[in-house]
Design a protein around this ligand. Structure first.
Ligand code: ADP
Ligand code: NA
Length: 332
């Protein structure tokens, strides 16, 4: 009984990576072709849960918007905006803070990872982050949330919050949004350590490919990626205990729109001396148009600011009535 609607977001907390592209941006663009309404957000209110330099945040927000557009998110077909410009997100988040239970929040693994050993020093916002994310999704009555694997627990929490709200107030008001974790790149791993996810917050720049890296840098990072000395296997099962090899095969597959089995059909029996240069060429071919378009958009941010302003108006027109109904249901 809920209209299909896609919502997802990305933090403008630093340069975006190949992981963000394959796990999120590329799929955001694909969703536009499925005839579903798509709403995409730069979640700056999430970014400030850890310290952000104000000037850097302003620049990174525009850069993230440029990355969305350069990756194929079309402002004419999707709503693209900045979270802090649509105040209904923060307002609904407060109401949902009062629905979510402390015990649920205590189970969130991302908080534990990000807060580290000294959780007493983490901001209250970092702890409440998943309730704000629930608000981001529910304030549009979104039914589908394309994300990488690391965000699955937060979308499940969103479902729990929606269900508790509906139960407590005896309504069928919020949908139970589905996490869409699809494709071969739901968790792109670090190029230096096959057990860690590729992340913009990793201190080692060699561990990731940034969307702004030039062709030489991309090729060098792939050439230096940690691998074992064996040849690539002919079958998927042969990648089972080889996380670094599996990661590179998955990246190739996602970039080429192939299955990992098809990639091994082509490269099985060949060594990394052959596979790495082929992967580097493919990555450069797919990523250089993105970095070129990002540079063009960043040269004059007027266009980006205009797109984000119009997006905020469109988002507000959907979110404001849903927030008003929520308050009304709660007696406010
Ligand atoms: P990050 O985790 O890089 O700080 P965000 O938390 O803003 O970035 O995540 C933005 C989106 O990118 C989310 O949907 C997240 O699941 C996805 N994502 C982030 N890193 C990866 C990765 N290494 N592989 C696949 N998807 C990823
Ligand atoms: Na993340």
């Amino acid at each position: 009984n809920f209209k299909p609607r896609v919502f997802s977001g990305i933090q403008p907390s630093g340069g975006l990576t190949l992981g963000n592209y394959l796990g999120a941006l590329k799929r955001f663009a694909q969703k536009q072709d499925e005839g579903i309404e798509t709403i995409y957000c730069l979640v700056d209110l999430h970014a400030i849960t850890v310290w952000q330099d104000p000037e850097a945040l302003r620049r990174q927000t525009r850069e993230a918007a440029a990355a969305f557009i350069a990756s194929g998110v079309d402002p004419a077909r999707s709503i693209l905006f900045n979270q802090s410009q649509v105040s209904a997100h923060a307002e609904l988040a407060w109401a949902l803070n009062c629905v979510a239970r402390l015990g649920w929040m205590n189970r969130m693994t991302q908080f534990k990872d990000k807060a580290g050993k000294n959780a007493e020093k983490a901001s209250l916002g970092l702890y409440a982050y998943p309730a704000l994310m629930a608000a981001d999704i529910l304030v549009y009555h979104a039914t589908m949330v394309p994300v990488g694997e690391d965000q699955k627990q937060h979308v499940e929490l969103t479902r729990d919050i929606a269900a508790k709200f509906n139960h407590d107030f005896k309504v069928d008001f919020f949908p139970a949004p589905e996490p869409l974790i699809e494709g071969t790149a739901t968790r792109v791993m670090s190029l230096r350590d096959g057990t860690k996810k590729m992340s913009k917050s990793d201190p080692s720049d060699a561990s990731r490919i940034n969307l702004t890296d030039d062709a030489d840098t991309i090729a060098k990072k792939i050439r230096k990626a940690t691998t074992d000395p064996a040849e690539l296997p002919g079958e998927i099962e042969g990648l089972k205990d080889r996380p670094e090899a599996r990661n590179l095969v998955n990246i190739y597959a996602a970039l080429a729109d192939m299955t990992p089995a098809q990639v091994l059909g082509e490269y099985g029996g060949k060594g990394f001396g052959t596979f790495k240069p082929a992967l580097a060429d493919l990555a450069v071919e797919k990523l250089s148009p993105i970095s070129t378009e990002m540079a063009r958009l960043m040269a004059d941010p007027t266009e980006i600011d205009q797109i984000l302003g119009q997006g905020a108006d469109k988002a507000d027109a959907i979110a404001r009535p849903i927030l008003a109904q929520t308050y009304d249901i709660m007696g406010m």
